[in-house]
Design a protein. Structure first.
Length: 336
């Protein structure tokens, strides 16, 4: 059965391969399938493909490999405040008066003051000037001013780990991997605005995308660059290549070890538990060596003192936010 190629993965605001096969010094997916079938010719091509992808997933999860490192950006829009709205208790439809909403606000967050929850906008009708909230409005019915900003950022469905992120307008490094408990302790009303410096995880979006709260929410249009590690899609086409620095021979060792014992001795005429164990032991040794080589491309095993600093602390002057040493008599700046 032929393997049907898949189209290139393209996720907004991430720099990813464009589908062209990268330069490689090792065998592609088709080569790996043939190499495994040499040890168990009874296995179908789809079965071998499944075994190889299982081994690849084990390798991907072993470490944040350099070949899975990508860059991207989160672009926050200008806050929307024009006109007034009427929000009705128990209804998830909000009606605008004097507003100029477009579909661009879908996915952003809606608020009236600070004594009601943060609601995500799931739909917008530009003709009727209505928007739909993810949940029914839970406060008393009100006609009032409002604001729409980006509280929650969508990083994409393939994110494994956010490594670093910047607010380049202020020149500060984000404090990453905070929790909702963190934010609910320091600012349950989310009253602080505009100068984002912390990232806190949120429940995933319906498509599985990684979502995080940007705190405080920005009211101005700006781009926040980030770098992180992705979980790539399965190998599908014969011409698919492994990510850079992931050795095909190591993948083959793990797959051959499985091919030699799959089905058990009664159903596998190529069954060889001893050879499978040897292949698996070698797989682990070579995987450790591959990890050491990977550390030469982007050091992860050792963190130098201060490398994960500075993290911006609120409460100081702008000078404190952009310099390593805080000014005198403030509680702000960088905490070293």
């Amino acid at each position: 059965m032929p393997i049907v190629p898949q189209s290139a993965v393209s996720i907004p605001q991430q720099v990813l391969p464009n589908g062209t096969a990268p330069y490689t010094q090792q065998g592609n997916f088709g080569y790996l399938i043939g190499r495994v079938q040499q040890w168990n010719a009874d296995l179908s091509q789809p079965k071998v493909a499944s075994i190889i992808n299982d081994v690849v997933r084990v390798i991907y999860d072993r470490r944040t490999w350099y070949g899975l490192y990508v860059k991207g950006q989160i672009v926050s829009p200008q806050a929307v405040t024009q006109g007034q709205v009427t929000a009705t208790l128990g209804s998830n439809i909000v009606v605008g008066t004097g507003t100029a909403w477009t579909s661009s606000i879908v996915g952003l967050q809606f608020r009236i003051g600070y004594n009601s929850p943060i609601y995500t906008i799931t739909d917008c009708d530009p003709i009727r000037q209505t928007l739909t909230l993810e949940l029914p409005w839970g406060a008393p019915t009100i006609t009032s001013g409002y604001f729409i900003v980006m509280n929650y950022a969508n990083f994409g469905p393939n994110i494994k780990y956010i490594k670093t992120m910047l607010n380049v307008q202020l020149g500060i490094k984000f404090s990453l991997h905070a929790t909702q408990d963190t934010l609910n302790t320091i600012d349950p009303w989310r009253q602080n605005q505009n100068f984002s410096w912390m990232l806190a995880g949120m429940p995933p979006l319906p498509d599985g995308s990684y979502q995080a709260e940007m705190y405080p929410a920005s009211w101005i249009q700006q781009a926040y660059p980030w770098m992180g590690y992705i979980q790539p899609p399965n190998l599908v086409s014969d011409t698919d290549n492994l990510p850079p620095a992931i050795r095909g021979d190591v993948v083959a060792l793990g797959a051959i070890a499985e091919a030699l014992v799959i089905g058990g001795p009664k159903n596998n005429k190529y069954y060889d538990a001893n050879e499978s164990a040897r292949k698996l032991a070698r797989f682990e040794r070579e995987l450790d060596q591959m990890a050491r080589n990977d550390d030469n491309l982007y050091r992860q095993d050792v963190t130098l003192w201060g490398e994960d600093l500075p993290y911006f602390q609120t409460g100081g002057a702008l000078w404190n936010a952009t310099h390593l040493v805080p000014s005198v008599s403030t509680g702000g700046g960088y905490d070293l």
